[in-house]
Design a protein around this ligand. Structure first.
Ligand SMILES: [Zn+2]
Length: 159
């Protein structure tokens, strides 16, 4: 049994987050790209899932929908991620929590209440990016597409 390959849907990283949802990639699946983390990234992703339990609790224990957690280098390239993306180390998660509110509302609430984080970015009004990298900068940004280019401005609406 111990030699069985890792089953992402059965493997729980924390009470509410499975390996499957923390490695989901619609683009990766469509392109047939592998998105399984190595041992080092898996260890980081497990700590990230534990931090996401804090996020979930702060959002009233409402369901969190992850659109991107870990990204292999190939998947990160395919989605146009930054070459230094915290998703590639397993430190970052893109998610929504529609029952709590808009991404801006979620981001603002977490910015005010989460004790330690590296980055919270409200991205395009569509989702929240949270990074738990070692920098712990508490950086708050809003990303918008302006004439096809991504522009970041400091802060999150309402914070
Ligand atoms: Zn992200």
């Amino acid at each position: 049994m111990n030699a069985a390959p890792l089953d992402p849907s059965a493997h729980r990283l924390s009470p509410h987050f499975s390996l499957a949802e923390m490695t989901v990639s619609a683009t990766g699946s469509r392109l047939g790209l592998s998105n399984l983390p190595g041992p080092r990234e898996l260890a980081t992703l497990t700590r990230t899932a534990e931090r996401m339990e804090e996020v979930r609790a702060l959002l009233g224990n409402l369901p969190i929908l992850v659109s991107s957690g870990y990204r292999s280098p190939a998947v990160n390239r395919a989605v146009g991620g930054s070459s230094s993306s915290a998703h590639m180390t397993g430190h970052a998660v893109d998610f929504i929590c529609p029952a709590f509110g808009s991404p801006a509302k979620v981001a603002a609430h977490l910015a005010r209440n989460l004790t330690a984080f590296d980055q919270i970015i409200e991205e395009f009004g569509d989702w929240v990016h949270i990074g738990f990298g070692p920098g712990q900068r508490r950086q708050l940004l809003t990303a918008r597409r302006i004439r096809g280019r991504t522009r970041y401005t400091a802060g999150i609406e309402g914070v």
